[in-house]
Design a protein around this ligand. Structure first.
Ligand SMILES: [Zn+2]
Length: 328
């Protein structure tokens, strides 16, 4: 029997999956990364997941007998309680994949299943930026805007597994932009890395004639989604880039204020690639929050950057496994 000290966390993404053993106190062992290869079908995907869990256990110098629980985080859409991925846009052509049941049957170890953004929020809550808080809401700023809500130490999954979809809260309904989800006016359409780049390119196409620092930096960027280039141009004084970044901070502050006025958590955490922008961006968000929010939450809610980076997902998944085992 297991000694109750180790959990495996697995974070499945569109291109790769990352797994590691995590101790009872949230300390990760060396992680392993395997290709997801979604296009090869869901049976293959499930076998990759089992392989990643086994390899992570080996990498920690342990055997499956040492593992008390397994936590798996995946992108949606999903039925969290049933442990099923339904129709995931990032894992085509998978449909109705019984992840939790498959892994639990395969290893005969209690298995928790969670949305990847919820898991990342739980990781930050457990041992990251939010360690010691009771409630936290996390925005993950990447290609889209992911979200996770932790209240009284629990992930808010919602009745239909759609809790925490704070990237799709409506923040602009007058001439709204279309979101990655197909709907209009969502935070993601204004504050994701995709949105930052898109708005910069729109300005270049319509308002900026002739040479421009923003154009130069954007064109020289080797990144697929060069949001960082827009931040760099803003830092170097480009007025248009500054405007894009300022509006991004404003919309994130609108989202943050809505969260303060509905959930009133201890802490708001920003994670994802865009946090490389540094503390001045965070300060811009805070300044707008101070204008928009009620004085008490504006003053008392800590607004910070995440601290676990891309490990938050598997650490949080392992934390969910620990919670599952404690609940049993
Ligand atoms: Zn949306």
């Amino acid at each position: 029997m297991s000694n109750g000290k180790y959990f495996v966390g697995l974070d499945v993404g569109g291109t790769t999956m990352k797994a590691a053993v995590v101790s009872d106190s949230g300390q990760p062992k060396p992680s392993v990364v395997l290709p997801t290869e979604a296009a090869k079908g869901q049976e293959h995907g499930l076998s990759q997941m089992c392989k990643a869990i086994q390899q992570a256990t080996q990498a920690a110098g342990l055997t499956m007998a040492d593992i008390s629980g397994i936590g798996v985080a995946t992108p949606g859409t999903m039925d969290i309680a049933a442990g099923i991925i339904l129709d995931p846009p990032n894992l085509k052509p998978w449909k109705n994949v019984p992840v939790k049941q498959h892994i639990q049957n395969y290893f005969q170890i209690p298995t928790a299943f969670q949305n990847d953004a919820n898991a990342a929020a739980f990781g930050e809550f457990w041992v990251g930026a939010g360690k010691g808080t009771k409630s936290l809401v996390m925005f993950t700023l990447g290609t889209g805007v992911g979200g996770g809500i932790i209240v009284n130490g629990r992930v808010v999954e919602g009745e239909h597994s759609h809790g925490g979809e704070i990237g799709h809260m409506k923040i602009e309904m007058s001439n709204p932009r279309q979101c990655g989800c197909g709907r209009y006016g969502c935070l993601e359409a204004y504050a994701s890395a995709t949105a930052v780049v898109k708005r910069a390119q729109e300005l270049l196409a319509t308002k900026i004639k002739g040479p421009s620092l923003l154009r130069e930096i954007l064109q020289n960027s080797k990144e697929e989604l060069p949001a960082r280039a827009v931040f760099e141009a803003a830092e170097k004084g480009d007025e248009y880039a500054k405007e894009v970044i300022d509006r991004t901070a404003f919309y994130l502050a609108v989202g943050t204020t809505n969260i303060m006025h509905t959930i009133n958590p201890d802490m708001i955490v920003f994670g994802g690639g865009m946090t490389a922008a540094g503390t001045s961006f965070l300060q811009q968000i805070r300044n707008y929050v101070n204008q928009l929010a009620f004085p008490v939450p504006a003053e008392r809610t800590r607004v910070v950057y995440a601290s676990l980076g891309s490990d938050a997902g598997f650490i949080g998944a392992a934390g969910c496994a620990k919670q599952l085992v404690l609940d049993q």
